[in-house]
Write a protein that binds this ligand. Sequence first.
Ligand SMILES: Nc1ncnc2c1ncn2[C@@H]1O[C@H](COP(=O)(O)OP(=O)(O)O)[C@@H](O)[C@H]1O
Ligand SMILES: O=P([O-])([O-])O[C@@H]1[C@@H](O)[C@H](O)[C@@H](O)[C@H](O)[C@@H]1O
Length: 345
Amino acid sequence: MTQNPPPSQQTPNSPRRIPNRRVLIVGNYCHDVLIQNGAVVAETLGGAASFISNVLDSSSVSCDLVSKVGHDFRYEVSHAPIVVPEKETTVFEAYFDLGIGHADRVLKRVSACDPILPSDIPDSRFDFGMAVGVGGEILPETLEKMVEICDVVAVDIQALIRVFDPVDGAVKLVNLKESGFHHVLHRIGFLKASSDEALFMDVEEMKRLCCVVVTSGEKGCRIYHKDDETAVPPFLAKQVDPTGAGDSFLGGLVVGLVEGLDVPDAALLGNLFGSITVEHIGQPKFDLTMLQRVKDEVQRRKKQCNLSSSQNNDHDEFHARLSPARFQDSPLQPKLLVNGLSCDR
Ligand SMILES: Nc1ncnc2c1ncn2[C@@H]1O[C@H](COP(=O)(O)OP(=O)(O)O)[C@@H](O)[C@H]1O
Ligand SMILES: O=P([O-])([O-])O[C@@H]1[C@@H](O)[C@H](O)[C@@H](O)[C@H](O)[C@@H]1O
């Protein structure tokens, strides 16, 4: 197969045969069961792929999605999964002993569908690939194929370092070095980890290989790349269920990158979508007016950055403009958050 050179290496005479497709998402949908004090509180569509495609679809970013489910898959989704008739859909039970609004949860994978194989992935080229497994469905050879066919690959570390207790399915983490993926990591563009997961990698080593983004719930996120470290401020949210925040964050980050924002601005969009997600149980339905306001702010920000001759590293203004766009119709008081501190307007 003839591959297009990555955009940075394309010249007017490059043999660019077929335009890239935009985004490839690889990861299984799952059924999430939320449990508090021994009782089932909610059952929802889960899996990073579902949260991410929700963000991309709502933002009009076209994507292909490769996911496997079993005969018992119960949800209508806009990107059809591969159905494996002899298997059951991946199921996660999430135990919230402190209440489902609380960030602390214990996850158990109680059923696992099949892994995604390189042959399940289309032989096209993509601008962005997203390796976003939740239940061990991304294999080293799956990621190897993704880095071959995608110009930039963003990886959620949870796809690489999760292992599952053979008896009760409890999720445990192994160090990235022992994950079986270490040899591919120099070929990925972005590695996203929550602050708990970041303890299972050497950030100093990884930031030399790719852009590392560490999310910290209500505190926002930090970006590490080479010798740079950038804190990206959060948005206020009334947390109801933390499930999917990291996934929606990654979706927002990729929407920003596809739109041509620089990485801190794109991460700010990630924070925005993460903050909206924690206000819902299951998949958030994004308000159309809010989405339009956010799109307008993104276009405005792009123009502003194009006009400015010097590198514009001041993201506070973009944050200050996104905040009211997000809170306009919300019961939360619109507040300005600067460097993680909230101030009344
Ligand atoms: N309580 C919260 N308030 C505001 N934003 C939040 C909150 N929780 C999560 N977010 C946003 O979602 C992102 C991902 O959340 P986090 O909890 O760090 O990830 P994960 O779901 O992978 O554990 C955060 O960086 C932040 O931008
Ligand atoms: O909450 P989060 O860490 O972003 O991502 C979650 C996964 O950790 C979990 O395994 C899955 O069942 C949820 O649907 C969601 O994808």
